[in-house]
Design a protein around this ligand. Structure first.
Ligand code: NDP
Length: 407
């Protein structure tokens, strides 16, 4: 049985829920806390986590009367204890404390830690059969099959919080798996959609951080500019909904109003639309299987006037092609894709490589991995973390060579 419920099941609607937010101080965390703030009587906060932002974490924990607050950086425990002194909020530090936060008995967990660090905490929530709103795409990109199998075994319910996957989740309910022809994930095209390849090559950090439609964390904004994010989403969709690469298409749609579409055998295409605001898919996950009131601006199509579409350009945005290659290669290649991209983005932010070199480093690391012939399926979180670490080391080794080579 799939861990993603493809038909709404009103029977499991909860009147009031306890919730935990992993990555509460980030961009998704912020949107989630905003929704919780608007419905305080409906939700009780069990646990909140952050990496190093003690003050924001403590302030949220106090505001929401959380039972537990965890900071991943172990050196900040003293600071967190001080910030929470005089309150009833328990606290802990280090990776184990973040995992403990996820393992505590909350009905609904938002998994919004950024990067591969989100895998173990999300698994801790999955293992106790929680309803998990999954924003952290790395859980699927790094350990997809294994993550979904473990969720199905534990009876966990995975609700896709990423806007495109949430759109597909909503549209998929219109038919059966056998009736599905393909899914279409839309992409804004990012800030470099109309740029020539030579300009993309030399794009600066400030330019990469200017997303035309969405307000998001730094890493995902850079990934949107390179379209690596769309590649990660293709991989995410494949694991979430058990789709082959050929069943997933990407369509550039600069207005970001249609987030995802599903084509069925009778040629009906069912789409989900909304203004580009992450609070809408998060509200869908938070209310599921009911619908709650969302704070996003009402969609006014007459005012928008035109919705336009383009095919993605795999030449100017090679990251998208690499994601399909990794998905087809299987056996940890998507883990390698993600790890190499994280190293490349960090190097770009640090000014060590050009924007265009991000995809080159990912490609070189993937080629290295494929040549090694090490393509057996991942069977545990530790397997995924080992491959992730090996790929990071390999990408770091290849970095100087890639940095010195201009395109
Ligand atoms: P942010 O960088 O804004 O926030 C990340 C959160 O995770 C923060 O709370 C951060 O804490 C915490 N964190 C970072 N590193 C660690 C770590 N090693 N251990 C524990 N906690 C950590 O990211 P976003 O909110 O943008 O994204 C979160 C996830 O959601 C990503 O996987 C992203 O791809 C996905 N996503 C995001 C979307 C968006 O619109 N932002 C859309 C769809 C998916 P601190 O504040 O202390 O650093």
């Amino acid at each position: 049985m799939s861990a993603v419920p493809l038909r709404n099941n009103k029977a499991v609607a909860a009147a009031s829920r306890s919730v935990t937010v992993l990555g509460a101080t980030g961009s998704i965390g912020d949107s989630t806390m905003d929704l919780l703030r608007a419905s305080r009587d409906r939700y009780r906060v069990e646990a909140l986590t952050a990496n190093s932002n003690v003050q924001a974490l403590a302030s949220l924990a106090k505001e929401f009367g959380a039972r537990f607050a965890a900071i991943a950086d172990p050196a900040r425990l003293g600071e967190l204890k001080d910030a929470l002194s005089g309150t009833r909020v328990e606290c802990g530090a280090g990776e184990s404390a973040v995992i403990e936060a996820a393992a505590r008995p909350a009905d609904w967990v938002m998994a919004a830690v950024s990067g591969a660090a989100g895998l173990k905490p999300a698994l801790a929530a999955v293992d106790r059969g929680a309803t998990v709103a999954l924003a952290n795409k790395e859980c699927l990109v790094c350990a997809g099959d294994f993550f979904m199998q473990r969720a199905a075994r534990a009876g966990a319910c995975i609700l896709p919080a990423d806007s495109e996957h949430n759109a597909l989740f909503q549209a998929l309910g219109s038919g059966n798996r056998e009736e599905l022809v393909r899914v279409i994930i839309t992409a804004s095209g990012g800030p470099f959609r109309t740029w020539a390849a030579r300009d993309i090559e030399r794009a600066t950090l400030a330019q990469a951080l200017k997303h035309p439609n969405w307000s998001m964390g730094q890493k995902i904004t850079i990934d949107s500019a390179s379209m690596m994010n769309k590649g990660l989403e293709v991989i995410e969709a494949s694991y979430l909904f058990t789709l082959t690469p050929d069943e997933i298409d990407v369509l550039v749609h600069p207005q970001s109003i249609i987030h995802g579409m599903v084509e069925f055998s009778d040629r009906s295409v069912v789409a989900q639309l909304g203004t580009p605001d992450m609070r809408t898919p998060i509200a869908h996950c938070l209310g599921w299987p009911d619908r709650i009131t969302g704070p996003a601006t009402k969609l006014d199509l007459a005012k928008i006037g035109q919705l336009t579409f383009e095919s993605p350009d795999f030449e100017r945005f090679p990251g998208l092609r690499l994601a399909y290659d990794a998905l087809r290669a299987g056996g940890g290649a998507t883990t390698v894709f993600n790890a190499a991209n994280e190293v490349a983005v960090a190097a770009f932010i640090a000014g060590q490589i050009r924007f265009g070199a991000i995809a080159r480093l990912v490609e070189a690391t993937l080629q290295d991995w494929t040549r090694s012939g090490n393509l057996s399926p991942l069977s545990s979180a530790d397997d995924a973390i080992t491959v992730d670490q090996v790929a990071r080391n390999r990408a770091a080794t290849l970095l100087p060579q890639i940095a010195s080579k201009a395109s």
